[in-house]
Design a protein around this ligand. Structure first.
Ligand code: PLP
Length: 397
C-alpha cells in the first residue's frame, strides 16, 4: 500500500495527466495536427549541433574509467572550473570550482539546496505565480511553503506583501526569473529592493535568509532585456541553473548550483549540498552530460524561434481581446481568463486548445500557454483562439 502522502500527490498530478490523456483522445478523433497543445514546457528547438558533436567527442576521447566512474559528489573539478570561468567572463563575478555543485537539472539543484538548509517546519517563501513543483520540493525537505500573492499585471513581486510573508522561521525565498508561467524578468530595481528587505529581515531574525534564484530560463530573454545576475545584489544568494531549456536537453538532466563565498556558512553549505546530492540518491550529476556541456559553454539553442512564436501569439491574442503581459523571457504567455478559469480551460479544450489553468501556479483566473511549439501550430491555432475570444471575451463585455 502506498503512503497517504503519495496518494495525495498522485491526486494532485491528475490535472496534468488528464490534459495529456485528453490531448491523445482529441488527436485520435481530429488528427494530431488539429490539436493545439500549449500545455508542456518541452523545448521545441533542437539542441545546437555542437552538443551532439560534444557527446560523441566525449565518448570517443575520454578514458572509460573516468567517463563511467564515480566522482566527487559535486562533479568534475575541471567542468566546475570551466563553468565558473564562463560565469565570471559573462557577469564579472569571481567564482571558482569550489562555488559550483553540478546537479541533476534545476529540479535536482532545488531539492539539494532545500535539503541542505531546511530544518523541519522551516519556511520557504514562494512568489505567485510560480512553478507548482516548488511546493513538492519544499515538502520533500520537510519545509513549509508560504505564498506571496500575485501582483498583476506587471507580475513583479509585491515587495511589501513579500516583507510581510517573512517570519521568524523563514529560511529561504525562491525567485524564478525569467519566470514560468508569466515570462516576466525581474528588474534590477526589484532585485535591489528585495535584497534590502532580506538583509533587514535576516538581521531582525538573527538568521540568514537564503535567496534561491531558479534560473533555467536565463538564456531565453528577448528584446535585449537584461537578466541581472542575482549574486551581485545579495550575498546569501544561491543560483540554480539548468541546461534543460538553454540547450534543449531536459531529458539529459544536467545543471548546477552556484554558491558564492559570501553565502552564510559557505563551507558547510557546500558540504551539505554534497551530502544532499548523495543521500537524495543522485550521488553525482551524470558524468557524460557534465563533460559534454563543458564543451558547449556559451552555446544556446536558437531562441529566435521562440521569439517569433511569442510575437505572433501575443499580437494576435491581444488583438482578439485577451489580456496578457508581454513576456520578456522563457516560452510562456500568461493570459487572463475572461470567464471562470475552469470553464475557460474546458471551452478551450472543446476548441482543441490545450492550456494549463493558473491554479497550478498558485494564480487562479489565468491560463498558461507554452509557446515552445512549431510556428505552424501557432498559425493554425489562431482561428480557434479567435473563436475562443468570441465565445468568452466578447460575451463578457
Ligand atoms: N524550475 C522551473 C521554473 C521550471 O519551469 C522547470 C521545468 O520546467 C524546472 C525548474 C525544472 O527544470 P529541470 O528540467 O532543469 O529540472
Amino acid at each position: 500500500m502506498i503512503s497517504d502522502r503519495m496518494k495525495d500527490m498522485i491526486g494532485s498530478s491528475s490535472a496534468i495527466r488528464a490534459m495529456f490523456e485528453e490531448g491523445k483522445r482529441l488527436a485520435s478523433i481530429y488528427g494530431k495536427e488539429n490539436v493545439y497543445d500549449f500545455s508542456l514546457g518541452n523545448p521545441s528547438v533542437p539542441a545546437p549541433s555542437k552538443v551532439k558533436d560534444a557527446f560523441i567527442d566525449v565518448i570517443n576521447n575520454t578514458n572509460d574509467i573516468t567517463l563511467h566512474g564515480y566522482m566527487n559528489n559535486s562533479g568534475f573539478e575541471s567542468v566546475r572550473e570551466s563553468i565558473a570561468k564562463s560565469i565570471n567572463d559573462k557577469f564579472g563575478t569571481a567564482f571558482s570550482c569550489k562555488n559550483i555543485v553540478m546537479t541533476v537539472g534545476a529540479a535536482g539543484g532545488l531539492n539539494v539546496i532545500l535539503r541542505a538548509i531546511l530544518n523541519p517546519d522551516d519556511e520557504v517563501v514562494l512568489i505567485a505565480p510560480f512553478f507548482g513543483e516548488y511546493l513538492n520540493y519544499v515538502a520533500n525537505s520537510f519545509g513549509k511553503s508560504v505564498i506571496v500573492p500575485p501582483n498583476p499585471p506587471s507580475f513583479q513581486p509585491d515587495l511589501s506583501a513579500l516583507e510581510k510573508a517573512i517570519g521568524k522561521k523563514t529560511k529561504a525565498v525562491i525567485i524564478n526569473t525569467p519566470n514560468n508561467p508569466t515570462g516576466v524578468v525581474y528588474s534590477e530595481d526589484t532585485l535591489k529592493k528585495l535584497a534590502k528587505i532580506l538583509e533587514k529581515k535576516s538581521k531582525e531574525n538573527n538568521q540568514a535568509i537564503y535567496l534561491i534564484s531558479d534560473e533555467p530560463y536565463r538564456e531565453l530573454a528577448y528584446d535585449s532585456v537584461e537578466v541581472p545576475y542575482v549574486t551581485k545584489y545579495y550575498a546569501n544568494t544561491v543560483v540554480g541553473y539548468s541546461y534543460s531549456k538553454s540547450l534543449s536537453l531536459p531529458g539529459e538532466r544536467i545543471g548546477y548550483l552556484v554558491i558564492p563565498d559570501e553565502a552564510e556558512d559557505f563551507e558547510n553549505l557546500v558540504s551539505a549540498c554534497n551530502v544532499a546530492t548523495r543521500i537524495l540518491g543522485f550521488v553525482n550529476a551524470p558524468s557524460l552530460q557534465q563533460l559534454a556541456i563543458e564543451k558547449c559553454l556559451g552555446e544556446t539553442s536558437d531562441i529566435s524561434v521562440y521569439d517569433k512564436n511569442r510575437e505572433l501569439l501575443y499580437t494576435k491574442l491581444t488583438e482578439y481581446g485577451f489580456e496578457c503581459t508581454k513576456p520578456q523571457g522563457a516560452f510562456y504567455l500568461f493570459v487572463k481568463c475572461p470567464i471562470d478559469e475552469k470553464e475557460f480551460v474546458e471551452k478551450a479544450k472543446e476548441l482543441r486548445l490545450l492550456l494549463v489553468g493558473g491554479k497550478s501556479f498558485a494564480c487562479e483566473g489565468y491560463v498558461r500557454l507554452a509557446y515552445c511549439v512549431s510556428y505552424k501550430t501557432i498559425q493554425d491555432s489562431l482561428a480557434q483562439f479567435k473563436k475562443l475570444a468570441e465565445e468568452t471575451v466578447c460575451k463578457n463585455k
